[in-house]
Structure formats: C-alpha cells, structure tokens
Design a protein around this ligand. Structure first.
Ligand code: G3P
Length: 498
C-alpha cells in the first residue's frame, strides 16, 4: 500500500527510495544519497528518503517565492476549496499513511488512523475559519483621535507573510505538518516542509494528497535529508518569511539564528498534574494513564509529573498501578498501548533518567524492563526534586510521582520548571481550581482532565522554554499574516456642514 497505487510516483522502485517534492514534481536528489528511516520496532531500515542538497533547497525557495505571488491573488474561496479537496483526499488515503506512521514512529495502529483523520478535519476547519477571519478587515476614522477631523479613513486587512518554513516533529509528522500547512496556504502563503526523518514517508504521502488536490506548482514543497546538512541552511535562508517549528531544544537554537521573521515555536513540556485531597481519584487515575502513557508518553502534552497531596497519594498510586498492569505492551501493528520509543538514543535517555531515580531512592511501582526500544510502563513513586526525572522530559512511558504537603508546594514545582506548556488540576472545588489555574505559569491549565492540544481550534501555547506564540487554527492563520493598511485622505473641510 505504501508508495503504490496513487502514491506510486513518489517512490523510486529501482533505487528503493522515496522522492522529494519540488516545483510540483516528485524528484530524485542530485546528491545520489539517501537517509535511512529505522523502524523503531525492528530497528532495521524500513524506508529511505532523498538527502537533498543546498542547491535543491535554493531552487525550492525560489519557486516558493514566485508561486506565492500568484497564490496571494487567488480568491480566498478558491484557496478554501482546494484545501477541502486535499482534506478529503487525505482522509480517503488514511490507510497507507497510517501504515507509514506504524512503521516509522511505532504509533499504535488505531492512533495512526486517528492522526490522519484528525488532520483532514483540521485542514477543512482551517479552510472555513480562514474564509471567516481573512474575509474581514477593520475600518477606522480619524476623528476618534484628539486633534483630528473626520478626514482620514483607515482600512486594514490581513496579508500573507510570504514563504512559510514548516518543521514538524516525529510524534505527529502528519497532524503537526498540516497544522502549519493549512493555515499558511489559506492565508495566501507558500509552504516549504522539512519533515522529521522518522515520519518523512508519512509526510511525503500527505504532501502527495495536496498534490492530487491540484495546488499550483511550487506552492508546496517538501525537502528531506539530514538536519546537519540542510537544517541551518533552511532556517537561515533569506527566502523564508516565517518559521513554524514543533520539537525539542533545536527550536531554541533556531530562534537564536533566525533573522527578523515571525516565529511559532512549540518546544516540549513537563506538564504537571496537581491532585487535591477532594479529587475524584478514579477520574485522576484514568487521566494519568491516558495522559501519561498514550503513545508511550511521547507527547509534548503528556502528563510528565504527578504532584499529589500526601493524604491521598497511597490510594491514587494503587489505582494507577492497577491500571498500568492492564496496559498492553508490544508492537504497534497489534495496536498495543505501549510500543517501542522512536529510537535507541531515546530509549537510552529514558533509561538514564530511570537509573538516576533508582540511585537516589525513588520507589519503583513496577520492575524496570526494556527490550531494544521497547520500555515497559513504569510509575516512580516518592520522587524528590534532586532527581533528574522530577524536571526532565523523558518522552517515554516513565512517570514520576512527587508527594506534596500543600497546594503551594505543587504550584511551586510546576512554576520552577523551565517548561510551561500545559498543566492540570484535579479537584471538585471549582473556586480552588480557578485560583490554581491562575497561579500555574503554563500556557494552558486543564481542570479535571489530562493536558491535550486538541480540539485543534483551541489556542495552544507554551511559556518559557515551551515556546513562542500561540497555535491552534485561528491563531496560526493570524500568525501567518501581517496587517496592511490603506488610508483614504479627504480634503480638510473649509466650513462646517449643516
Ligand atoms: O506537540 C503537541 C503534541 O505533542 C501533543 O499533541 O494532541 O497529543 O495533545 P496532543
């Protein structure tokens, strides 16, 4: 299914490598080199993609620039129509794209299908929202400002930024790519996509759905290859008008190197779950499992530290333990709850955090177990602030529990983190929940539910090292535009009318 049927043209069967997308065509790189994509489960090469050159990046930027000029003049309703078409093609081909997600990033098979369907919905919603918000402007008259007469009419509207560079992460290579592509296109921009290596092939299939929808040549491009060879070249390219990045620390480095262009960054989180004495502990336990262990904890919005009041901690830990025991562990093809983490280096990093916690006396609620990249779910109780796992983001199925003696202690821990993406609080007292939400320095606080980005039209933003700007469909469209004003100047009246 992958690279066959309607997707046959994206694959070079002779060289067994996927092509890159430039000038509306699927091409082989002149480098003659490829980059291997390692299946996290088998740890063997699953696919290969082109290692694009800097010259190829230059070509993509050049065509993106000229395609954008025409696209900006294309009526808004027509841009929306093409996006709706791409959304339906994407959903129609959910099976092969989901298959890539299973093989490239070990996403459980049902979640992989959900990611593609959610992406189609996102594109459609974006088309509709774009028509609403880009079809509106603002009108000001001058006599509302002191000293002015009613002689100036100011009309403002939103215009595109130019070429948007989109760099999504491995954990949502389709959804977090379209969350950048769709707002960019509806707003009249062109788009250059650099997919994550693990996830490239799913992203190339997704891009082909946009190709099949009939977008103009050069408007969308997708370059693959090693970040070390084309990463800086892309992010520092003078043709780029805006960067939308989701990922890890690399985003901080990009922010320092990028020129004077708008940046949208989402760089991870250490999302705290504060549990009060009056919380519904069954609800909390269910949300800790869903929030902490879905996709094996490889979500920026995963619950990454539980801060529970000591008086209810024993009961909560027992409830979570019972649910952890029921999680299925194994290959993504079997739709297991816990699947191999994305790479050996990720698994080694997670193991380093576990070893550190063990040395410093954390209580292991399960035995630590690892086979290759597969790490069994692990709850670590009695974690203290001197342990690395209290602060660092494992991006794996390992969850620390810190027992607290006051709500203030929990809020303090949450706010002392260098991250500030999301957090959650569990209590039956809405007044307390609102006060705690106000005190938690995170982009979003969920009351009585685990952190999550969706629905995809909700604002999504992080404080401190968690990011720059706000995402979510409406915010992304706005972010990928600038304001243009035209002022109509009337002659100053020589007499007063009436
Ligand atoms: O970058 C955001 C992603 O890691 C989490 O998204 O939808 O799982 O909350 P979601």
């Amino acid at each position: 299914m992958v690279g066959t049927g309607v997707f046959a043209e994206i694959f070079d069967g002779d060289l067994d490598v996927f092509k890159y997308y430039s000038e509306g065509e699927w091409k082989k790189s002149s480098s003659g080199k490829s980059v291997a994509i390692i299946n996290p489960t088998t740890r063997k090469t699953q696919y290969k993609v082109q290692a694009c050159t800097q010259e190829e990046v230059n070509k993509v930027m050049e065509t993106a620039k000229s395609a954008q000029k025409l696209w900006a003049k294309t009526p808004l309703w027509k841009r929306a129509e093409l996006l709706h078409k791409a959304a339906s093609i994407l959903k129609e081909h959910k099976a092969p794209i989901a298959e890539c997600l299973v093989k490239e990033i070990a996403k459980p098979s049902k979640d992989a299908v959900t990611e593609v369907v959610r992406s189609g919905d996102l594109v459609s919603y974006c088309a509709e929202e774009g028509v609403r918000i880009l079809g509106e402007g603002k009108f000001l008259v001058s006599d509302s400002f002191p000293g002015n007469q009613r002689t100036k009419y100011c009309l403002s509207s939103k215009i595109p930024l130019g070429v948007i560079l989109a760099i999504p992460p491995f954990n949502y290579p389709v959804n977090l790519a379209v969350s950048k592509i769709a707002p960019a296109l509806i707003a009249g921009n062109s788009l250059v996509l650099k997919p994550p290596t693990q996830g490239s092939v799913a992203a190339l299939h997704m891009v082909h759905c946009f190709h099949l929808a009939g977008f103009p040549k050069g408007l969308i491009s997708c370059v693959t290859g090693k970040g070390s060879e084309i990463g800086d070249f892309l992010t520092m390219h003078p043709g780029v008008g805006c960067i939308s990045f989701t990922g890890g620390d690399t985003g901080i480095a990009i922010s320092k190197k990028a020129g004077m262009i708008p940046l949208q960054m989402e760089l991870g989180g250490k999302d705290a779950c504060i549990v009060l004495e009056d919380a519904d502990l069954d609800l909390v336990a269910a949300n800790i499992i869903k929030g902490g262990f879905s996709y094996s904890g490889q979500r920026c919005t995963a619950v990454k530290v539980v801060l529970v009041m000591e008086s209810v901690a024993d009961t909560l830990v027992e409830k979570v333990k019972a649910k952890v025991a029921k999680l299925t562990v194994g290959p993504p093809e079997d739709d297991c709850d816990i699947t191999p983490v994305v790479s050996e280096s990720s698994a080694n990093f997670i193991e380093g955090l576990v070893i550190d916690a063990k040395k410093k006396g954390a209580t292991f609620c399960q035995q630590y177990r690892r086979d290759g990249n597969l790490i069994w779910p692990l709850l670590l109780d009695n974690v203290r602030p001197d342990m690395r796992i209290a602060w660092e983001e494992p991006f794996g199925p390992v969850l620390p529990v810190i027992r607290i003696n006051s709500v203030e202690e929990g809020i303090h821990h949450c706010n002392a983190s260098n991250f500030g993406l999301q957090g959650c609080v569990f209590t039956k007292d809405i007044n307390k929940a609102m006060l705690i939400s106000d005190a938690m320095e995170t982009g979003t606080v969920q009351i009585n539910s685990a952190p999550a980005r969706g629905p995809d039209h909700f604002p999504f933003q992080g404080l401190r090292d968690s990011g720059i700007g706000s995402q979510g469909i409406t915010n992304s469209i706005t972010m990928m535009t600038k304001i243009k004003t035209t002022v109509i100047n009337l002659p100053t009246p020589s007499y007063t009318m009436g």
